[in-house]
Write a protein that binds this ligand. Structure first.
Ligand SMILES: *[C@@H]1O[C@H](CO)[C@@H](O)[C@H](O)[C@H]1NC(C)=O
Ligand SMILES: *[C@@H]1O[C@H](CO)[C@@H](O)[C@H](O)[C@H]1NC(C)=O
Ligand SMILES: *[C@@H]1O[C@H](CO)[C@@H](O)[C@H](O)[C@H]1NC(C)=O
Ligand SMILES: *[C@@H]1O[C@H](CO)[C@@H](O)[C@H](O)[C@H]1NC(C)=O
Ligand SMILES: *[C@@H]1O[C@H](CO)[C@@H](O)[C@H](O)[C@H]1NC(C)=O
Ligand SMILES: *[C@@H]1O[C@H](CO)[C@@H](O)[C@H](O)[C@H]1NC(C)=O
Ligand SMILES: *[C@@H]1O[C@H](CO)[C@@H](O)[C@H](O)[C@H]1NC(C)=O
Ligand SMILES: *[C@@H]1O[C@H](CO)[C@@H](O)[C@H](O)[C@H]1NC(C)=O
Length: 621
């Protein structure tokens, strides 16, 4: 029953809100004013993403078929590479668009499947595909799918999980559309390798999505759980075995440990000087969002109390961090970046995280509406207070337009819209989305035409218009044990090249772990590599030499180190080589060394060396 009186009351409430979110001086637009601009920008964004995908993307000549280039920017910053994470998130967007009805996108999906089947087998500095899947932890490759050998934060363990999620989503569509054998014979072998990797390595540290912090990342763990849980169901549907999926409840158990009582600490098992408040946590919850999930699900959905509490604390840090946010009151959206301590490219807000904040709120509203209720508890109370001051700790059931439930839904939706309005305020007139925008002026900066920025705008715009991917089955995820085991957890993976999808039939040459340790005093900016006769250490081509890490370098011991795999039983000659900071010539050791790799099944060996040869000197660049 509708009363004519109520819409007027609602109109007054929304007028108050639009005033709160749109002080006349700010230039920020209201909801209806952004409807048009959001749909225009979404179309530009879809095209912007497609322009960065080979082989025909207009901005990325030279990229191979199905390879998603992070950005056309080749210098400052150099992003002309294909990252497994960015690619998978972009393809997840494209697969969702395809399922929503844009059938013209299918060829991008087919190209991606082939490209990733091949990529899984490419040997790289993180290791080889066989025998143990280590190469799949490599974060990025050249745009033609060949290895990238530079020093980098590796491994990154979110890539295989995100790729599996994208491919599982497409496989489910194939099953529902009469092509189960394609899902089983062609795509499942790729997914099976990725899930093997997740099951084997989830309980080891790796670099986070920002490629800076080695530890355990909330975003990574949340996606690892979704991949294993969703993979379990696909394996049942296809009547195949998922090696690694049995780890799902243990991963979910671990996921609970990122909450510190006040907010989500996005990186744990680390020693850095950050609070842990990080956009990582918002991105994790939107990429594991499930429209059918219960809000108290341990998968930590957007509508979960801890996710909401974390959202408030995190967003409030950015109110104080960036001067373009000054004067914007609590309860109104701001420009959002990675984390308050960020200094990369000046430490600015990012388009993709600002739109992710909006997407997170649209997701939460959709979940409450689908459940027809909302539980406000002590944990989430502060989040709601900013938006609806009369809120109390209690259950709100859905009701008519005047009910508190609907008023709260409208308030959270208006809050989401205000983040979109902030993003739009700083998008240039031609709709081009860079990575960041200046914290003081709002001008776009860092990599231009960032594929992930475009993909993030598209997914936000779909949620804003009420389109959600179908459930991934969070309700069926196995409940985690009450206490997590303390021993390190792992299921040994099974790795088989996905030949039906186009992977080369690489064979296991049986490799053995070899650790190179060398004492070499270096100046800041100088890097060390190992090079030698084996393919895995560059076959004497310095462009393919294996970069070493200085994580253990101290004033007592100038240690550079790298762990790799070499063919069992082979005799290898090698030496160390210094890369200078200003493109001066490489400096080689003046002696050749040899080692003999143990026979198949042998124990890891550790080479303990000390640099023999010229020292380096910093250039004047
Ligand atoms: C569908 O995808 C094509 C690219 O293949 C794009 O040009 C078009 O705008 C998309 N349509 C919609 C409605 O998003
Ligand atoms: C491994 O899992 C255990 C149990 O959840 C957890 O205590 C530990 O921190 C995890 N370590 C890593 C590196 O994931
Ligand atoms: C949580 O917040 C309360 C109140 O500000 C504070 O006393 C407590 O130390 C905080 N705990 C953590 C782990 O930050
Ligand atoms: C962090 O530092 C503390 C104290 O030095 C040490 O006990 C702990 O093992 C370190 N943790 C990691 C993950 O390095
Ligand atoms: C779009 O505008 C931005 C900012 O003004 C500019 O840097 C960029 O080159 C423009 N892109 C195109 C394709 O015109
Ligand atoms: C790949 O090579 C292995 C080992 O040589 C062989 O057993 C297998 O049949 C090959 N697979 C394909 C698809 O050719
Ligand atoms: C070391 O081996 C490389 C590759 O075979 C060769 O080019 C070089 O001359 C050798 N150097 C010494 C000092 O033996
Ligand atoms: C490397 O340095 C450490 C610490 O000074 C020393 O104990 C070790 O013997 C050195 N290794 C070699 C091969 O010289």
């Amino acid at each position: 029953m509708q009363f004519h009186f109520y819409p007027i009351a609602v109109a007054i409430v929304s007028l108050l809100f639009s005033q709160a979110i749109a002080p006349p001086s700010s230039g920020i637009k209201s909801r209806t004013a952004i409807d048009d601009s959001v749909s225009k920008q979404a179309a530009i964004s879809l095209q912007g993403a497609l322009n960065n995908i080979g082989p025909d993307g207009s901005e990325v000549p030279g990229a191979g078929a199905g390879f998603v280039v992070a950005s056309p920017s080749k210098v400052d910053p150099p992003y002309f590479y294909t990252w497994t994470r960015d690619s998978a998130l972009t393809l997840k967007m494209i697969i969702d668009e395809f399922i929503f009805g844009n059938t013209s996108l299918q060829s991008y999906i087919e190209d991606y499947i082939h490209a990733q089947a091949v990529l899984q087998t490419v040997s790289n500095p993180s290791g080889t595909f066989l025998p143990a899947g280590l190469g799949m932890g490599e974060p990025k490759y050249q745009v033609d799918g060949t290895r990238f050998n530079g020093a980098w934060g590796r491994p990154q363990r979110d890539g295989p999980a995100l790729r599996a999620i994208a491919l599982i989503t497409y496989s489910n569509w194939l099953i529902e559309n009469g092509q189960p054998s394609k899902a089983k014979d062609i795509i499942w072998p790729i997914i099976a390798n990725d899930l093997s990797y997740v099951g084997q390595y989830w309980n080891q540290t790796g670099f986070d999505l920002w490629e800076e912090t080695q530890g355990s990342s909330f975003f990574t763990v949340q996606n690892q759980h979704r991949a294993l849980a969703q993979g379990t169901q696909l394996a049942e549907d296809l009547r195949v075995t998922c090696t690694g999926c049995v780890q799902a409840p243990e991963v979910l158990c671990f996921l609970q440990s990122f909450w510190n009582g006040n907010f989500t600490v996005s990186n744990i098992n680390v020693n850095n000087s950050r609070t842990g408040l990080d956009g990582n946590s918002i991105l994790g919850s939107i990429s594991t969002f499930d429209i059918d999930a219960y809000c108290d699900s341990p998968t930590l959905q957007p509508c979960h109390s801890t996710s909401l509490a974390n959202f408030k604390v995190l967003i409030d840090t950015f109110r104080e961090t960036y001067s373009i946010n000054s004067g914007i009151p609590v309860g109104s959206g701001v420009a959002v970046g990675r984390y308050a301590e960020d200094v990369y490219q000046g430490g600015n807000p990012w388009y993709l995280i600002t739109t992710a904040a909006a997407e997170f709120l649209y997701d939460a509203v959709a979940q409450w509406k689908a459940r027809h209720n909302l539980f406000v508890d002590e944990t989430s109370l502060a989040f709601f207070k900013d938006l609806y001051p009369a809120v109390q700790v209690r259950q709100y059931n859905s009701g008519n337009a005047h009910s508190p439930f609907v008023e709260i839904m409208n308030a959270v939706t208006a809050y989401a819209d205000s983040f979109v309005a902030v993003a739009e305020k700083y998008i240039p007139a031609n709709g081009s989305l860079a990575e960041q925008f200046n914290r003081d002026t709002g001008a776009p900066l860092s990599a231009i035409d960032l594929t992930w920025s475009y993909a993030a705008f598209v997914t936000m715009s779909q949620r804003r218009s009420g389109r959600f991917p179908r459930s991934w089955g969070s309700r069926n995820a196995i409940t985690p044990p009450a206490t997590c085991p303390t021993s390190s957890l792992s299921t040994k993976g099974i790795y088989v090249p996905a030949t039906a999808a186009g992977a080369p039939n690489v064979t296991s040459s049986c490799q053995v772990n070899v650790v190179f340790n060398v004492n070499a005093s270096t100046y800041f900016g100088e890097n060390l590599y190992v090079i030698g006769s084996a393919e895995d250490i560059g076959a004497w081509d310095v462009e393919n030499a294996l970069p070493m890490g200085a994580g253990g370098y101290t004033s007592d011991r100038p240690l550079w180190s790298v762990s790799t795999y070499l063919d069992a039983g082979e005799t290898v000659s090698y030496k160390y080589v210094r890369q200078e900071n200003c493109n001066q010539a490489w400096l080689y050791e003046t002696r050749n060394r040899t080692l003999t790799v143990p026979a198949c099944g042998g124990d890891a060996i550790m080479q303990e060396d000390a640099w023999v040869g010229p020292g380096g000197a910093a250039g004047t660049c």
